[in-house]
Design a binder for this molecule. Structure first.
Ligand code: IMP
Length: 425
């Protein structure tokens, strides 16, 4: 299996980073194809915690080459800060990190417009990460964007800014913000261009050559299926295609290059930001659930507490289909260790199709099955056969309801806290 896509099955934060990190031991090339620094992956390897936003988390395996595809949006300042933080951990990037010329640049007005327009929406706000991702993708589709290739050519960059900034300043003015000075943006971003230009490369050609040679490629999804711009819980979604299909358009590879898709889902459900969440825990249920700190349910990017709910297999069946998932990776099973009983959603009242209309999803009434908890720690367990019988029953029920085999179970943040039911690559 020379190439695998790893994608999120829920609303992001499923633990894709850990799965990518595990698989990256056998992959030579790791690719991020969409999104920007709205994403956040935390990985614990050899006792060190790494935080990733834009750079593929596979970079911590020293033999890998990592790529950031043309479908991403890059905040140069954040990119360079992430590089510095990882360099401080002893990670080296020379000849290992490649940034597509086609990626779009997140500029200061994107961030401001994101934050101000969210404020102006009041209770209708999406709850974005405020990183400027939506306005940057909007500019891309409106043909008002600036790409990495333009940023790296000073004259072209200045010319584009001169053309675009007046309209952006007008938008800022409508939202009550002062105008931005062209010279300041130019100076600052031309400086970033100098620092990042050594990473800019023809990513698409490099990936084509790697695929031709039959080398293992791992595509690292960001966010999750329900945040997809088309099939997610619109408008409470991100601005890119978060599905396995988006990997091709974002990385610049053909669909025949993806041999297998692994869908990552938490053993329960979380979401950050606003929007409907049918299986969200009641206050009473939340009080019995491990706290946000213990469950590690505080966002890596924004520090927000994530909303928590029961596992929704109606949703998962839908997202397995949207992604063509071959195997599921179930993460954070250990977080359920202390519960007396665990609910699992099998469907919603009065519908056989996953609702598209947001009002319908808001009013959805889940059907639940209640399974007994196992009430003992699973974090030290090294093999599936040693899981408590109730935990095995929970996992098998997920497989049945999702009609998809489970290949990986994670019982802790560290690499070794992984139960392999199948081998990939
Ligand atoms: P944006 O991507 O910042 O525009 O935010 C749009 C929605 O996607 C908000 O609900 C965010 O909380 C959510 N979102 C974006 N990136 C992530 C992620 O990596 N994990 C979880 N939620 C995300």
């Amino acid at each position: 299996m020379p190439s695998i896509a790893v994608v999120g099955m829920q609303w992001g934060d499923e633990g894709k980073g850990k799965v990518v990190d595990l698989l990256s031991e056998q992959a030579l090339h790791i690719v991020r194809a969409q999104g920007g620094n709205n994403a956040g992956h935390t990985i614990v390897a050899k006792g060190v915690e790494y935080r990733f936003h834009l750079i593929p988390s596979g970079i911590i395996s020293p033999h890998t080459k990592c790529y950031i595809g043309g479908g991403t949006v890059i905040d140069p300042k954040s990119f360079l800060e992430e590089l510095s933080a990882l360099t401080a951990h002893g990670i080296h990037f020379e000849e290992r990190l490649f940034l597509s010329r086609y990626a779009h640049v997140v500029l200061p007005y994107h961030r401001l417009l994101d934050q101000l327009s969210e404020k102006a929406k009041g209770s209708a706000a999406v709850g974005t990460t405020g990183r400027g991702i939506g306005p940057c993708y909007a500019d891309k589709t409106q043909r008002h964007g600036i790409r990495i290739t333009d940023l790296c050519h000073p004259a072209s960059f200045r010319h584009q800014l001169e053309r675009l900034l007046p309209a952006k300043n007008e938008q800022l003015h409508h939202l009550g913000a002062p105008a931005l000075a062209l010279s300041e943006i130019y100076e600052e971003y031309a400086g970033y261009a100098e620092s990042l230009k050594s990473y800019v490369a023809p990513v698409e050609e490099l990936l084509y050559a790697a695929a031709k040679k039959g080398e293992n490629i791992l595509f690292e999804g960001a966010q999750g299926a329900l945040l997809d711009i088309t099939f997610g819980t619109y408008p409470f979604v991100t601005s890119s295609c978060t599905l396995a299909g988006g990997v091709c358009s974002g990385a610049g590879v053909g669909p025949s290059r993806i041999n297998q898709t692994i869908g990552v889902a938490k053993a329960y459900t979380t979401r950050v930001g606003n929007g409907p969440f049918p299986t969200e825990l009641t206050e009473e249920e939340l009080a019995c659930f491990p706290g946000h700190g213990a469950a590690r349910e505080i966002g890596t990017t924004t520090g927000r507490k994530r909303r928590i709910g029961w596992l929704d297999t109606f949703l998962l069946r839908h997202t397995c289909a949207l992604n063509g998932v071959d195997a599921l990776a179930i993460t954070k099973l250990d977080i359920l260790d202390s519960l007396d009983s665990i609910k699992i959603c099998t469907g919603y009242e009065n519908t056989r199709s996953f609702p598209a209309r947001i009002e319908e999803l808001k009013g959805a009434k889940p059907f639940y099955e209640t399974l007994p908890g196992w009430r003992r720690s699973t974090t030290g367990i090294e093999s599936y056969k040693d899981l408590p019988p109730q935990a095995k029953a929970y996992v098998r029920r997920i497989e049945e309801l999702c009609e998809t085999p489970i290949g990986i179970i994670s019982v802790g943040p560290e690499r070794e806290k992984t139960l392999w039911l199948d081998r990939f690559f």
